[in-house]
Design a protein around this ligand. Structure first.
Ligand SMILES: *Cc1c(COP(=O)(O)O)cnc(C)c1O
Length: 400
């Protein structure tokens, strides 16, 4: 159970039945959290927000004062972020960038491109000579580096250290850097290396990963007699849905990055978290439509479901939640359905057994009409959900 903030609780109780379900974002809580993250990081470490975690314009704007820039991974995100937070530094990443997307990014003056293959490098160089003929375009080469099993222990999503479509293979690193040193890519400037290798890592593992990325990058630079200005060690800071009170240890991570930075004077380190910045600021509030028993298990069907909040289905966890009992009197002529057992499984309105938000939640006495507020719904929640499946109405959005 994770208690909603007072602002979220008041709104969840204040909305009418017809206004549910609703996403409630506590922007003050978001700003407080983002400020604490920024304060834990050394000044020389840049913090970019990975917009794909939650690109709501209000979220992007609330983060504005606390981040150094934004990481976008598509032409759509690029256009959206430029509109929501104009004039902020951007990094454009992602596999399979199209010529149109790269052209748009060049026209917008995007500061740095995370290039994922040698083919993309040549495409970007050719487009840059045409679109911005008199500028140098900043490039970080994204690599899919090997990771030792120890640093990946506990990772929930590994993008690196195994065959994936992300980044360049380390075996191709020397030939890619040679394209810069032999003058084959005149409009491009190699700023450094980017690697986003895994998600769900705690601070010690993240630090081990960051250190191995930096060490590897500096060796690469030395082999080619060049100096790297930047290394971006990615996002993926852990968010524990099973233990909502647990937080990624930003203090330890910041101290570790300060040591790493001190060992490599002049190098700009950058991180680009998504989930760990915004997961905690969002709630999905709804109401219990029915409570019923099925083969010995008790189910509460709520208004809405995983077509709005796909996170528990996508990640296979129980979404933490809090019940706000409905007040009396019950407004209907029929009796309220009520839980008889101690534990209830929360399901949504979809006609699929996969539409489960949380299993075995201890909510004895739960009744139809009670409100339920699902926590940790601020990242990879609404924007990864299959909204149109079954054509239920969309939730409301409230930025508090
Ligand atoms: C998704 C992604 C991130 C953010 O990952 P989180 O797990 O949300 O912190 C950062 N960088 C890249 C390249 C990504 O694809």
């Amino acid at each position: 159970m994770t208690a909603p903030t007072p602002a979220v609780r008041d709104r969840a109780l204040g909305l009418s039945t017809e206004e549910l379900p609703a996403y409630l974002y506590d922007l003050t809580a978001l700003e407080t959290h983002a400020a604490a993250v920024r304060a834990a990081l050394p000044r020389q470490v840049e913090l970019y927000y990975a917009a794909k975690a939650n690109p709501e314009p209000e979220i992007l704007a609330a983060l504005d004062a606390h981040v150094d820039g934004y990481e976008v991974s598509s032409g759509g995100e690029l256009a959206h972020v430029v509109k929501a937070v104009a004039g902020r530094p951007l990094a454009f990443g992602g596999p399979g960038k199209t010529p149109d997307e790269l052209t748009a990014a060049l026209e917008l003056g995007v500061e740095r491109f995370h290039v994922e293959s040698a083919y993309e490098l040549r495409m970007l160089a050719a487009l840059a000579s045409r679109v911005v003929p008199h500028s140098r375009v900043g490039v970080l080469l994204r690599f899919n580096l090997d990771l030792d099993a120890e640093s990946l222990a506990g990772s929930s999503l590994a993008m690196g250290g195994r065959p994936t479509p992300f980044g360049l293979d380390p075996a191709d690193a020397d030939s890619a850097v040679s394209l810069f040193t032999d003058g084959s890519l005149p409009p491009l400037q190699l700023l450094g290396v980017h690697a986003h290798l895994a998600s769900g890592l705690a601070a010690p593992q993240q630090l081990a990963v960051a250190e191995s990325i930096v060490t590897w990058s500096q060796k690469l630079a030395r082999r080619h007699g060049i100096r790297l200005a930047e290394v971006n060690v990615g996002g993926g800071m852990s968010v524990d849905y099973a233990d909502p009170a647990a937080r990624f240890d930003w203090t330890a991570y910041g101290e570790g990055l300060a040591r790493l930075r001190a060992a490599h004077p002049g190098l700009t380190l950058r991180i680009e978290p998504g989930r760990a910045l915004t997961a905690y600021c969002g709630w999905y509030a709804t109401e219990v439509l029915d409570v019923k028993r099925s083969h010995g298990e008790e189910f509460a069907v709520v208004r809405g479901g995983t077509h709005h909040l796909r996170t528990p289905a996508a990640k296979g966890h129980d979404q933490p939640c809090t019940v706000l009992p409905a007040g009396e009197p019950w407004p209907h002529p029929w009796p309220r359905s009520e839980a008889r057992q101690d534990r209830v499984t929360f399901a949504g309105q979809l006609c699929t057994p996969k539409d489960v938000l949380a299993r075995g939640v201890p909510v004895a006495g739960l009744r139809a009409g009670d409100r339920v507020v699902f926590a940790m719904a601020g990242a990879y929640a609404w924007n990864i959900s299959h909204h149109d499946f079954l054509m239920h109405p969309r939730p409301g959005f409230h930025f508090l």
